[in-house]
Design a protein around this ligand. Structure first.
Ligand code: NCD
Ligand code: ZN
Length: 335
C-alpha cells in the first residue's frame, strides 16, 4: 500500500534569497514555517559585504522569522577582503559567495577577474571559510556553466583545503565533477530536477520558470535527478527560491528567479515518491547538509499528508512556480 503520511526532520534549504524589507516580510516566514534553516544569499543592493551590513541583515531576518524554529546561515558577497575583515566575520557566516560580474540578478558588483580575489581565497583556505560559487561564465547562455567547470577544477586543485560549493548545478558535466574532487560539493534546485529549456521557451514563454542558470537539456535534468534521488553524499538541496514582484517577471526584460520556497518540500515528497526514493529524501534535504556544512539546525518535524492541495496563484505580488497546479502532498503539521 502506498504511504498516506510522511515526515521530514529539520529540512534545510542551502540556497535562498530572502531579499529585504516588505519582500522579506512576505517570503521569509514562508520558508521558516517548514524549513529549520537556510543559507541566505547576500546579493542585496548594496550587497552584504561588511560586518555592519551583515549584522543588520541578520537582525532583520531574525526579527522577521521570530517565533519559528529557523536558523539563518549568513553569507558574504565576494570582494577582496583583508585578513582582519575575514577574521571579524568568520564566526558569523557559513561562507562567502562568489558572483562573477554581471551573470545574474544583482551581480553588477561581482568579481570581474578572479586574480583580484586570489589573496582572499588563500586567506579563506587558511581560516577555514567556505567558498560558494555561482559558476557561470559570460559565454553563450546554454554553455555558461560548462565553460566555468575548468575554474572549479583549477580552484579545487590549487586550494585543496578550501571547501567549495558549486551552487545550483544544472548540467550533467557538473554532476560528474562532484566525484572528482574531495573538496567540492553542490546544491541543486527543485526546478532543475523538473524542467528543461523547453518548459521555459519551447511553447508560450513562461517567465515564472526563467532563472539563472537557465534550465538545460533533458539529459542534464536526468543526471541531476539521478544524483538527487540517490542523495549523493556531497549534494544538498538549495531551492534558489528567488522572488521578484509580478511586474518584474511579467514584463519585457523579465527578471531571473523562480519562487519555490512555500511549495518546494511538498513537491520534493511527490517527486521522490514517484521515483520510489522517499527513503532518500531525508538525506537530500537535511542530513547531507548537516554533514557537508557541519551545521546543527533546530529540531523540527514536518508531517506531510497525501491529500490533494493546490499551489496558490500568488503570495502577495509574487507568483510561485506552477501557480494553480494540483499537488499530491500537503504539509499537515509542523512540530
Ligand atoms: C537569483 C536572484 O534573483 O537573486 N536569480 C536567479 O535566477 N537564480 C540570483 C541567483 O542565484 O543567480
Ligand atoms: Zn541564487
Amino acid at each position: 500500500m502506498s504511504k498516506r503520511s510522511f515526515s521530514l526532520r529539520s529540512p534545510l534549504d542551502m540556497h535562498i534569497h530572502f531579499r529585504e524589507g516588505a519582500m522579506m516580510r512576505r517570503v521569509a516566514p514562508l520558508s521558516a514555517e517548514t524549513f529549520a534553516g537556510g543559507v541566505i544569499m547576500p546579493n542585496l543592493v548594496p550587497p552584504v559585504d561588511n560586518l555592519d551590513r551583515l549584522s543588520k541583515y541578520e537582525r532583520e531576518i531574525r526579527e522577521t522569522v521570530d517565533g519559528h524554529a529557523f536558523e539563518p546561515y549568513m553569507t558574504l558577497f565576494m570582494r577582496p577582503y583583508t585578513e582582519s575583515e575575514l577574521a571579524s566575520m568568520k564566526d558569523r557566516i557559513i561562507g562567502v559567495k562568489l558572483y562573477p560580474e554581471g551573470v545574474t540578478t544583482h551581480s553588477e558588483g561581482g568579481v570581474g577577474n578572479l586574480r583580484d580575489i586570489e589573496g582572499t581565497l588563500a586567506l579563506m583556505e587558511e581560516l577555514d571559510i567556505r567558498l560558494m560559487v555561482h559558476g557561470e561564465s559570460t559565454d553563450f547562455v546554454m554553455d555558461r556553466e560548462r565553460a566555468f567547470l575548468p575554474v572549479y577544477e583549477d580552484l579545487a586543485a590549487r586550494f585543496p583545503r578550501l571547501a567549495i560549493v558549486m551552487e545550483h548545478i544544472t548540467t550533467r558535466e557538473s554532476a560528474e565533477l562532484l566525484d572528482r574532487h574531495e573538496n567540492l560539493s553542490a546544491t541543486v534546485t527543485l526546478q532543475h530536477l523538473l524542467i528543461t529549456l523547453d518548459d521555459i521557451a519551447g511553447g508560450l514563454l513562461n517567465p515564472h520558470l526563467f532563472c539563472k542558470p537557465i534550465a538545460k537539456r533533458p539529459e542534464d535534468r536526468e543526471a541531476l535527478l539521478a544524483l538527487a534521488l540517490e542523495a549523493h553524499p556531497r549534494l544538498a538541496f538549495g531551492s534558489d527560491s528567488a522572488p521578484h514582484p509580478v511586474d518584474k517577471k511579467e514584463s519585457a526584460g523579465c527578471a531571473a528567479g523562480v519562487f519555490t520556497a512555500p511549495i518546494a518540500l511538498q513537491m520534493l515528497v511527490g517527486l521522490f515518491e514517484e521515483h520510489g526514493a522517499l527513503d532518500r529524501l531525508q538525506a537530500f534535504v537535511s542530513d547531507n547538509a548537516r554533514r557537508i556544512y557541519g551545521v546543527a539546525p533546530p529540531e523540527k518535524t514536518v508531517v506531510f499528508e497525501k491529500t490533494g492541495a493546490v499551489i496558490p496563484e500568488r503570495y502577495g505580488d509574487v507568483i510561485p512556480m506552477y501557480p494553480g497546479r494540483e499537488l499530491d502532498w500537503k504539509v499537515a503539521e509542523v512540530r
